[in-house]
Design a binder for this molecule. Sequence first.
Ligand code: R5P
Length: 316
Amino acid sequence: MHLIAGSSNPQLAEKIASLLKIKLTPVEIKKFADGETYTRVKHKVRGDDVFIFQTLSRPVNDHLMELLVMIDALKRASAGRINILSPYMAYSRQDRKVNSREPITAKLVADLISTAGANRIITVDFHADQLQGFYNIPVDHFVGYPQFAKYIKEKKYQNLVIVSPDIGGMKRANGLADLLGCSIAVIDKVRKEHNHSEILQVVGKVKGKTAVLIDDIIDTGGSISSTAVRIREEGAKEVIVCATHGLFSGDAYKRLNAAKVSKVLLLDTVPLNKKAKIKRLKVISLVSLWAKIIRRIHYHQSLGKLFTWENKRTSL
Ligand code: R5P
């Protein structure tokens, strides 16, 4: 078994390797003078089971290209199986045409990864579950909300309502509500341009409750911050924010801090933007989960055993 780290988060890959009691397989990654990417795996991999750890964080295009050329290098080196562990799959929001003459970039990225020669993708919280079908290779798709449910239960938060900042996130909100045994509310909003949305109304009861906002991505922070402010205006006692991928572009952290939420829960799917000084932050690590997944895939064991939340929920 080999674990190879791209340049997106080698520190996290190192932690996974240490749990697996292996060393990262060395790889040379560099840029040519004109900006082209070069990679070379520095160990033989012929016939071996290789895992590449590369999350598609910023700079997204460089990390994607690096992933593609690493897959190509491994394919040409006759690796037995090439597994991609990519906790955050960028471009997954571009999964349909909203206007004419637009691309469906999530599908293009899926095609690039499969065509390059990957045999499997492991990820968490695609923007929409259906993206699994964009790939012609097996996709092991994990969800983040059971991690948040565990934390919220441990901290014994009471009188909860789960809030989805948009209709598209209702399934995720329902999943969390199911595990915590509470109701949900949803924000009815319109998006007039990229990275900008406007709240129309809150559907559901939030007054006097501890509102848990759950989203897959915090990018500019606009959606989650405006939701938090609105939910408090509607009478919620306190607001907790949960998001799988904390991208925190630009001043996103300032927006969130200004919304005065009582807790921000993130997963470590992308390295946190160093400038983002987020108040009351808790990052939940998936490192031990990744190690278990790699081990089980390597030994051809079921991953279903790790989907323990499926047994606890009461709806699909
Ligand atoms: C949108 O459909 C997504 O689920 C997130 O709500 C969105 O990407 C968050 O972006 P921002 O933080 O820029 O509002």
